[in-house]
Design a protein around this ligand. Structure first.
Ligand code: ACO
Length: 337
């Protein structure tokens, strides 16, 4: 009996991912393009982050447009009609608007008329927070089929004159359909945590009740991402490592048993330090941040879809998801594919 197989005897019903999808805009913004916009270089961006290019959505497109496209692809992958979705859970920090929820707009665009809809905000940890929230609804029998979306249009909240942040982010959406399974497979366990004492080191201060949209606040650029890069980096290294080790311990799975680590795609150096700590080669970590940069809540969802579609996942493989983000927040899950 493998350590994780005890899950099959768990009284809780399993929640399995039965389909995935993703969408990235066509427009590519390369490091060379950024060299013409701010005082930066391809060499600096590549060596400090590993990012080579990112995708930028059309001005006419909103987060829900990307989320809906990723969702349609996930439904197709699962062979499911949108009418079967009971709940749409959208993780995002760049909603179409404060309300209604982006999940409601996705619902309208995919025709999931029978679904309840809500958004969830945990920044870059958002997709994993949403996946675990969905799992709890499935486990209690409240909902049977849940569409979990991570979607961001970060280009709309980036200060394109701030080289400290504008080189890091991109736009994308990913989706996964979680469904009740009688036994076995699915999410084996999750750890999540937050530390609100450090809320100000990575935030988007404007546009909410604290700093509403006023000409003064826009002039002060409060409607764009503010980040203390070094502090965020230090936090990320520790949070990713601790969350990964904690979820392995919780699920009784060893790092050697993990077929693929799917980390939040913020910085290659952060992924490398995670791989180092776990004692797994970088070849067992999925990396696409070179192509897309940091897409916050979309990052893990897009990476999962790409890994699945490119044949890197076989049935029964154990996957370790790990993420950190503004909040500060962190989360990690082990999933049997
Ligand atoms: N091009 C050239 N120089 C730059 C750039 C740039 N794009 N950006 C910053 N610099 C300069 C800085 O001004 C600094 O110059 P100074 O020493 O004269 O002041 C110098 O480069 C070094 O800056 P550091 O902060 O020491 O660089 P570091 O090695 O820490 O890398 C980075 C910076 C890439 C931002 C790193 O700290 C990092 O990845 N942090 C984590 C960021 C992150 O993941 N954020 C997203 C979180 S997810 C979410 O919830 C949205």
């Amino acid at each position: 009996m493998t350590p994780h197989s005890s899950h099959a005897n768990s009284p809780l019903p399993s929640a399995s991912i039965i389909g995935t999808g993703s969408f990235v805009p066509k427009k590519v913004l390369t490091n060379a393009d950024l060299e013409r916009m701010v005082d930066t270089s391809d060499e600096w961006i590549t060596t400090r982050t590993g990012i080579k290019e990112r995708r930028i959505a059309l001005p006419t497109k909103a987060t829900s447009d990307m989320g809906a496209e990723a969702s349609k692809r996930a439904l197709q992958d699962a062979g499911l009609d949108a009418s079967r979705i009971d709940l749409i859970l959208c993780a995002t920090v760049t909603p179409d608007m404060p309300f209604p929820s982006t999940a409601c707009f996705i619902q309208k665009k995919i025709g999931a008329t029978g679904a309840a809809c809500l958004d969830l905000g945990a920044a870059c940890s958002g997709f994993l927070y949403a996946l675990e929230t969905a799992r709890q609804f499935v486990a209690t029998g409240t909902f049977k089929t849940i569409l979990v979306v991570g979607a961001e249009k970060l280009s709309s909240v980036v200060d394109w004159t701030d080289r400290n942040t504008c080189v890091l982010f991109g736009d994308a959406a990913g989706a996964a359909i979680l469904q009740h399974r009688a036994k076995g497979r699915g999410i084996l366990g999750t750890v999540m945590g937050s530390d609100g004492r450090h809320a100000d080191i990575l935030c988007l201060p404007g546009g909410g009740s604290k700093h509403p949209i006023t000409p003064e606040n826009v002039k002060d650029k409060l409607n764009t991402i503010k980040m203390s890069g070094k502090e965020t980096y230090k936090f990320a290294i520790t949070a990713m490592q601790n969350a990964a080790l904690a979820v392995l311990k919780k699920t009784g799975v060893s790092a050697e048993q993990i077929s693929l680590v799917i980390p939040h795609q913020a910085n290659l150096r952060i992924v490398e330090s995670l791989a180092d700590k776990l004692g797994v080669g970088l070849d067992r970590c999925y990396v696409n941040l070179d192509k897309y940069g940091n897409t916050s809540a979309a990052s893990v969802a897009v990476a999962l879809d790409e890994a699945a579609k490119s044949g890197r996942l076989k049935r029964g493989d154990l996957i370790l998801f790990v993420a950190f983000g503004g909040g500060l927040t962190w989360a990690a899950s082990v999933l049997e594919w």
